[in-house]
Design a protein around this ligand. Structure first.
Ligand code: 5AD
Ligand code: SF4
Length: 367
């Protein structure tokens, strides 16, 4: 086994079998070899630098009912949408604190009132920052017309996770209706690309019934879709959701299982870095949710993007996609120090005031 891993790690491109073998490694030393090699790959293509995307979760109202998500339509949480003035306050905070970019994220809504509101926010954020803040959008599936409007308003990047590239597994995790169609989601990723966004996708790792082969297919899906950015993390239980209840019932949420899920996610991240090389990869909040050093470990295994939540304190509590309370009550100044520390701990610097577009995107545009 040892020998085989070394043989695979020296390859420039992996086959599906190679990826499966790497993702199957469970020995600590062997895993560390994969993580170290992935970190080297990041140093080669990105450098010892991490970038911030201040995350503004401005609404938890969602028309969808994904079985795993804490803010799904049927959830009993307090629903909110933050007003214009406060969103712009948060963006101003990000700008004044030299964050290169902000991410506008919300539950999915497709009504005109909402999509027009987003258009306005994008324009205003560009205005208040003299066009200096990069804007990433994570606002779900929309029509081509809406995507175009948001691009023209000043949106730069768009994140739309495929969640899993396995159509059958996708069906198990979502209601069986037009609102939750796998094919439509893939189409949206194509349209985002056509409209001119830098496009990101990603998955959750450790979903019930998700196999290693399915995860290998996910990495090949990222490659096939020629994506610029990746956001992925472990699946985290939210105990009121159907998936959460199932996982708890099946005794799949023990400490041991949680640790396994964390390391599986770290492996998928590292192998994605090794296979895709020059894309931006986020160290997701979910990584930190399952491990006290989650963010550092992700950065040391190939991630180069951090997404500090800059949502105002009074709303953070209601934007819980899964059971994770850490940082909810902290103020922004404190949180900023925590983030800076993550980066310093591993001996890197933060690309303050820089956009930090992925080299993959830059090369793609030049072509
Ligand atoms: N665990 C981990 N990630 C989750 N997301 C939603 N629910 C969960 C969960 N229980 C992720 C999805 C979605 C993003 C906004 O949050 O991948 O795309
Ligand atoms: Fe809505 Fe996204 Fe949660 Fe699905 S994962 S319920 S689309 S917020």
């Amino acid at each position: 086994m040892n020998f085989e891993i070394d043989d695979i790690l020296i390859k420039d491109k992996f086959s599906k079998e190679d990826i499966i073998k790497l993702l199957s490694v469970e020995d600590d030393k062997q895993m560390q070899k994969i993580f170290d090699k992935a970190y080297k790959m990041k140093l080669k293509h990105i450098g010892a630098k991490s970038y911030y995307r201040g995350l503004i979760e401005f609404s938890n109202i969602c028309i969808k009912n994904c079985f795993y998500c804490g803010i799904r339509k049927d959830s009993k949480i307090n629903k909110y949408i933050i007003g214009e003035k406060q969103i712009l306050e948060m963006a101003t905070w990000a700008y004044e604190n030299n964050y290169g970019s902000v991410t506008l994220q919300a539950g999915e809504r497709t009504d005109k009132e909402f999509t027009d509101f987003c258009t306005k926010m994008i324009k205003e954020i560009k205005k208040l920052s003299n066009n200096e803040l990069g804007i990433t959008l994570a606002l779900g599936e929309q029509t081509e017309e809406v995507y175009k409007k948001w691009k023209e308003a000043g949106g730069d990047r768009y994140l739309l996770r495929i969640e899993t590239s396995d159509k059958e597994l996708y069906k198990q995790l979502h209601p069986n209706d037009d609102l939750h169609s796998f094919d439509k989601r893939v189409d949206c990723i194509h349209v985002l690309r056509k409209v001119g966004f830098q496009v990101g996708t990603g998955i959750m790792v450790g979903l019930p019934n998700q196999t290693i082969e399915s995860l290998a297919n996910d990495i090949l899906f990222f490659e096939r879709m020629d994506i610029d950015m990746l956001g992925m993390g472990p699946y985290v239980v939210e105990k009121t959701t159907p998936t959460g209840k199932y996982v708890i019932d099946q005794m799949l949420n023990t400490e041991e299982e949680i640790q396994k899920r964390f390391y599986k996610a770290l492996k998928v991240l590292a192998v994605s870095r090794l296979h895709l090389k020059d894309v931006n990869i986020a160290a997701s909040t979910a990584m930190q949710a399952l491990h006290p050093q989650g963010r550092e470990l992700a950065l040391k295994s190939g991630a180069n993007i951090l997404m500090p939540v800059i949502t105002l304190k009074q709303y953070k509590e209601s934007y819980q996609l899964y059971d994770f309370k850490q940082n909810v009550a902290e103020d922004l100044g404190h949180y900023k120090k925590v983030m800076n520390k993550h980066v310093e701990t591993i001996g890197e610097i933060v690309g303050f005031g820089e956009w930090g577009d992925s080299p993959h995107y830059k090369k793609r545009v030049k072509k």
